[in-house]
Design a binder for this molecule. Sequence first.
Ligand SMILES: [Zn+2]
Length: 228
Amino acid sequence: MSKLDDRQLEQLWKLFSKVSFDKNDEGLTERFLIWMETTNRFAIWLWFAERYSGAFIDLPGKLVWQEKGRKSEQNCECGHHIAAGESCYFNQKYGKVLCENCGKRGMTDIWLFEGYRNPWIRTAEDPLFTRESFLEVGSVDELIAKFRHGNWSLGNAFVYKNLCFIQQVNGGDEYLTLKDWCAFDSISFESVLRHHGESYTRQYINKLLRYKIEERNSPEYTIVEALI
Ligand SMILES: [Zn+2]
């Protein structure tokens, strides 16, 4: 299977997306091609990413949080009814609208994958980098308090709205920063706080919330210059 072209990989991805897995440990519950049951499905995501010459994200499709929802009512695949204006997640490639619950899960899939292909985060052992590594915070102030606290373990992640910050150094201050489907920066928040103060940091986070990742030219994971 080493000489598959992109079209074949896209076909295989379609098949793979129908394969069932255990939601608790991400292991397949049936065989898929060369992979046995219980294979962690992100190992297969990595396999695709290594071979696909386009941007990997175009296989699952870019997922975007829509805080103000859609103009018309929608039904999520789980059966949940999404009212017009209710916040939801949108996958443009497949024209799929997901409810908050399903969308969060799908978004965490993408963030987990970005962690697994990050040379530092993928080595997290104590604890392992899993779905449990993500802690959702309810406000910018809460997020700043977490950054100020510092000393987080490798792979520890904070989520605020559609922003995600994953610690890349054990006890360090290097947050892989993601917005929606896109890993776009590495930011030292304790340092920003120390040198620029809290109100600057708050504005900075608000700027990240407004940052338009779709205007980025490079399709793949690259670290761009910090916005500061
Ligand atoms: Zn749903």
